[in-house]
Design a protein around this ligand. Structure first.
Ligand code: URA
Length: 255
């Protein structure tokens, strides 16, 4: 049997609840909030959910290098772009960036492989034993880095223990090399050894390639034996001499 609450009883009940600590009037019946989760609006549930794991962004070092190289409009800014390039691990093991030596704007641009110990210490290409032989080879055809030759390497950082550069390392440094050639504007490129043939011509086989003119990046290109190879294999100096004469003849004909 239902009996209606009279005013005084209802008031007494309310005062009793206030004494017990009730501070707000909410609902007639209790709410099971654990059972409510599925009825929450979708947006509210999504907001409560833990954030999805962040996918690491994959970086394409060749694309990054291409962007950085294209942004350089002169040799000093190209050098700065290479200094700022963080995607080649060789940088972390090297003392110095080896960018260039000789005369920017010279007719002959020589592209070597990578700095060795002496080059890493001095920050200049071809300053060790191979470099001394290179200077003698150039002098024999009336060229010198003080006057009419510009020199760089495929890799600006020394590989650990002078190991061969990895294909991925070459690939990410080629955009800088190509820009280097475009900004230095030589008449001809001389590729010293297999690594520079790989970088510029996309192929190896220096014994077959040497002494033969090819075209790359809009320039005549001649591959030659690397001076470090000539230090070990002096019988190959005869062929190197023939290639130097070929270079001299080409320069004379372009005069
Ligand atoms: N060998 C190279 O190819 N480059 C240098 O700078 C030194 C040695």
């Amino acid at each position: 049997m239902e009996s209606e609450l009279d005013y005084w009883s209802a008031r007494a009940l309310l005062e009793w609840q206030v004494e017990l600590g009730a501070t707000e009037a909410m609902m007639d019946a209790p709410i099971d909030r654990f059972g409510l989760e599925d009825q929450k609006p979708k947006a509210a549930r999504a907001a409560d959910a833990p954030p999805p794991p962040v996918k690491p962004k994959t970086i394409d070092p060749v694309a990054e290098a291409t962007k950085a190289a294209q942004g350089a409009d002169a040799l000093p800014s190209l050098r700065a772009a290479m200094e700022a390039f963080e995607h080649c691990d060789l940088k972390r093991g090297a003392r110095n960036l080896v960018f260039c030596d000789g005369q920017a704007g010279a007719r002959v641009m020589i592209i070597g492989e990578a700095p060795g110990r002496d080059e890493d210490l001095q920050g200049k290409p071809f300053v060790g034993r191979a470099g001394q032989l290179l200077d003698k080879m150039l002098a024999a055809i009336d060229l010198s880095r003080d006057q009419n030759v510009y020199i760089t390497n495929v890799l600006p950082w020394r590989p650990p223990q002078n190991r061969d550069p990895l294909p991925a390392e070459i690939a990410m440094l080629v955009p800088f090399l190509e820009r280097h050639v475009a900004l230095a504007q030589p008449d001809v490129l001389v590729l010293m050894g297999n690594i520079s043939c790989q970088a510029v011509l996309g192929k190896r086989g220096i014994t077959r390639l040497r002494g033969q003119w090819e075209q790359a990046w809009g320039k005549p290109v001649i591959p030659m034996f690397h001076p470090a190879y000539l230090l070990r294999q002096s019988h190959a100096k005869r062929q190197a001499w023939a290639d130097l004469l070929e270079l001299r003849a080409r320069l004379n004909s372009l005069n």
